[in-house]
Design a protein around this ligand. Structure first.
Ligand SMILES: Nc1nc2c(c(=O)[nH]1)N[C@H]1C(S)=C(S)[C@@H](COP(=O)(O)OP(=O)(O)OC[C@H]3O[C@@H](n4cnc5c(=O)[nH]c(N)nc54)[C@H](O)[C@@H]3O)O[C@H]1N2
Ligand SMILES: Nc1nc2c(c(=O)[nH]1)N[C@H]1C(S)=C(S)[C@@H](COP(=O)(O)OP(=O)(O)OC[C@H]3O[C@@H](n4cnc5c(=O)[nH]c(N)nc54)[C@H](O)[C@@H]3O)O[C@H]1N2
Ligand code: SF4
Ligand SMILES: [Mo]
Length: 701
């Protein structure tokens, strides 16, 4: 008889790029494999809940397509023809090619390119240590957070807000520009608790009827890129109807009188024409907010992904300052808590080796960069920089996720570009590589995490051995460093030593202490989170009128048309608007079962998502003779692709929604949805406006 399976429960942290950063409670079977993944009930933000895709993580870990051995390209670039080689061969070839590139064009020709496929500090950010020591081109991270963070920080002065668990103590919860049911399920836990415990009203604002809206008492479906107008009209009503807290405004804000005057013409009728909402919907929303000081604004990333996204995020965050909601428990705003952690990253990132003269390249502009656009390759002093001839990639899949995909694919196909991709699966990006290296998953290595959407520092320590020959990011970076002659203390330390050092130097105790509970709640005091002693600017005032170029979020300076930004909250007409040839506005919103391009390989996620589709309103579909389920072509000046029509009144007339990032290969012509999105830098500090695209649509055949 077989011995019964021994199932232990072990703690960990979800490493994926998600504000929820859930504390996990994982079944480990016989010390060797993982079983079901649960939310850790001991951690008060996770509160025992995780999303379905991570609950069945074993599907991803033991997937038959998981990369297990290093590979070298055999056929032409992108052909998918590879041959197995040893780790030593793979690393030797990589190091030789990087040194060769450097000898020819200088160190800036090498571009380490990474993102948040894992949010673990050691595994995600260690690549920067190699970058700094070797003086490789820097990486300006713009693809995700730039507009939303700039817009939020513009008002408060720092990236931190009210304890998100306080949502449960609100009378109104406004879920704005985030499809939380899909993208960060734990928001719903706390919002729904408010409704259950105290009859709170839930308001959801999006550009189509999302699953989150199914939970809403008031749903506002706006035209994409018009949230600034909605916010202004709400504030107009608040001033008009005596719901502005004048004492709060006088004590805590910069230009309340100027704001009130400016808003006089921003009436509900004005905003109705811009947003597509009715005057009644706007008045109802404003009344709810005005009559309930305990209104909690949970502001997401989605409405930041418009060319006026930073302005719109800022406008939304201003409402809580007009009512004085910030001052009360259950009231105020939250977007992300990045600023509460005061990390010291010098060991992980090798910041002591940083050289300010080295150029920093914009993540979102990888297409223009790889296709050699001169402007995209410049140095900080404005001089021309060398072409990028070597890419070292970890935790990201730019050939699928980056904007202006046609240029990205063209760039990756260059024969004079050497590309090494460290991955868990043969992604669209790995397929374009010269060398592919197999990576560990989170339960196979040690790392340290912090919640963007909450207030916990967390550990994810190694629970099981990695399959095949998979190696962690830290191992790969350290082994390459040795071969490249790069020296730094961090390359010789273990992940546990690096975690311990980082915790201690950041003032968060030791690894041994954190290991006892696996997470630590570092929620700032009520007075700090609610800015009771003033906002984070020197004068302590919330800024209705931010000094945009100096909002404390830039790391390489202004980009995009920042000098045309309105000085006060407004509707800024800078979005890509429909025209005669492109009568629709397309948003590329996230799907429930994929996380960016991750999970597109797992059978249950694929089954739930079906096939690549674009949502179109029945009125538009009928006019264009598009039948439900029909094959359609979708295009604009940047490119075109083929998918199927989902005819549904979930979308407004004139708005198209394509959910999810399907692998490029899931589309007939091998090109994904990002052939339609633009890589032009968004004001004030760059970023990609993924939900701001004009487009045409037509039936195929
Ligand atoms: N299931 C799933 N979870 C995810 C992800 C995923 O792809 N799938 N991605 C992860 C990542 S990297 C991130 S950054 C977070 C992001 O999560 P969110 O904060 O939710 O942001 P987005 O996913 O960009 O978009 C959220 C919503 O904004 C809407 N939207 C687009 N334009 C506008 C607009 O102009 N106004 C308004 N009001 N709404 C608009 C979109 O339709 C979408 O429903 O989610 C993470 N979690
Ligand atoms: N059209 C459109 N495009 C978008 C968006 C959108 O809303 N619409 N959203 C944008 C946003 S918000 C973001 S953040 C980006 C995200 O884009 P990416 O950063 O590319 O995120 P993922 O697609 O999740 O890919 C992460 C990859 O990292 C790998 N990985 C995970 N852990 C590890 C590890 O420990 N080591 C190594 N070596 N690899 C690992 C995974 O297998 C996966 O292939 O996409 C952007 N692109
Ligand atoms: S909700 Fe986000 S953080 Fe939580 S398990 Fe799912 S992907 Fe991970
Ligand atoms: Mo993101």
């Amino acid at each position: 008889m077989n011995a019964p399976l021994r199932i232990e429960r072990r703690q960990s942290t979800c490493p994926h790029d998600c504000p929820s950063a859930c504390s996990l409670d994982i079944e480990v079977i016989d010390g060797r494999t993982i079983g079901r993944v649960h939310g850790d009930a001991r951690q008060s933000y996770t509160a025992g809940v995780v999303c379905a895709k991570v609950a069945r993580y074993a599907e991803r870990t033991y997937h038959p397509d998981r990369l297990l051995h290093p590979l070298i390209r055999k056929g032409p670039k992108g052909s998918g023809e590879f041959q197995r080689i040893s780790w030593d061969e793979a690393l030797d070839i990589t190091a030789a090619r990087l040194l060769e590139a450097e000898a020819r064009h200088g160190s800036e020709t090498v571009w380490p390119y990474y993102y948040a496929g894992t949010m673990g500090f050691v595994m995600r950010d260690g690549i920067n240590r190699l970058r700094h020591v070797k003086k490789y081109s820097g990486f300006f991270s713009t693809i995700c957070t730039n507009m939303a963070w700039s817009g939020f920080i513009a008002g408060t002065g720092k990236l931190a807000g009210v304890d998100p668990r306080e949502m449960a103590l609100a009378d109104v919860v406004v879920i704005w520009g985030t499809n939380a049911v899909s993208t960060q399920v734990n928001v719903m836990t706390h919002a729904i608790k408010a409704r259950k415990d105290r009859g709170a009203k839930v308001v959801v604002i999006d550009v189509y009827k999302t699953d989150t809206m199914k939970q809403a008492d008031l749903s506002l479906v706006v035209k994409p890129g018009t949230d600034g107008a909605l916010a202004c009209a709400v504030m107009h009503v608040l001033f008009r109807d005596g719901h502005a807290d004048r004492d709060y405004l006088a004590r805590y804000t910069d230009v309340p009188v100027e704001l009130e005057e400016h808003l006089r013409t921003r009436t509900p009728a004005w905003a109705a024409a811009i947003t597509g909402l009715s005057v009644d919907e706007i008045e109802t929303f404003a009344r709810l907010v005005g009559e309930n000081k305990k209104t909690f604004f949970r502001l997401g990333y989605g409405f930041g992904r418009q060319r006026n996204g930073a302005v719109n995020m800022h406008a939304a965050s201003c409402i809580a300052a007009v009512t004085g909601a910030w001052a009360v428990e259950g009231g105020g705003a939250f977007h992300n808590n990045g600023a509460i952690y005061h990390w010291r990253k010098s060991l992980i990132e090798g910041l002591d080796a940083r050289d300010p003269k080295i150029r920093i390249l914009d993540q979102s502009r990888i297409g223009p960069i790889l296709t050699g656009e001169r402007q995209a390759l410049k140095r900080p002093d404005g001089s021309d920089g060398p072409p990028v001839t070597a890419l070292l990639i970890q935790n990201t899949n730019p050939v699928n996720v980056a904007p202006d995909q046609s240029k990205v694919i063209k760039g990756f196909a260059r024969d004079d570009l050497f590309t090494v991709v460290h991955e868990q699966f043969m992604t669209d990006t790995a397929r374009m590589a010269d060398i592919v290296l197999p990576a560990t998953m989170f339960m196979e290595h040690d790392d340290l995490y912090a919640g963007g959407g909450h207030q916990h520092i967390m550990l994810g320590l190694k629970l099981v051995e990695a399959p095949g020959e998979c190696r962690s990011n830290h191992q790969v970076i350290s082994e390459l460093a040795r071969r490249l002659g790069a020296e730094h203390q961090g390359f010789t330390m273990s992940p546990r030593e690096i975690i311990d050092w980082t915790l201690q130097h950041s003032g968060w105790g030791t690894l041994a202490e954190l290991e006892t509970t696996n997470f630590r709640d570092v929620q700032p005091k009520f007075e700090d989170a609610h800015y009771i002693n003033g906002f984070a600017y020197r004068d302590g005032r919330f800024k209705f009128k931010p000094d945009w170029p100096n909002v404390p979020n830039a790391n390489i300076g202004t980009l995009g048309p920042w000098d045309k930004m309105p000085s006060l909250p407004d509707h800024w007409e800078v979005t890509e608007e429909p025209d005669a040839e492109h009568p629709f506005k397309l948003a590329t919103s996230p799907s429930r079962s994929y996380l960016n391009s991750t999970f597109a390989e797992t059978p249950s996620s694929r089954k739930r998502e079906g096939r690549p589709e674009v949502m179109i309103n029945p009125v538009d579909a009928e006019r264009l003779s598009i039948a439900p389920g029909a094959k359609v072509e979708l295009g604009n000046e940047r490119g075109q692709l083929v998918l199927h029509a989902k005819v549904t009144d979930q979308t407004r007339p004139g708005t198209l929604i394509a959910e999810g990032l399907w692998p490029n290969s899931a589309h007939e012509n091998g090109q994904g949805i990002n052939v339609l999105t633009g890589a032009d830098a968004v004001a004030p500090f760059g970023g990609a406006a993924f939900h701001d695209n004009k487009a045409w649509i037509r039936p195929v055949g």
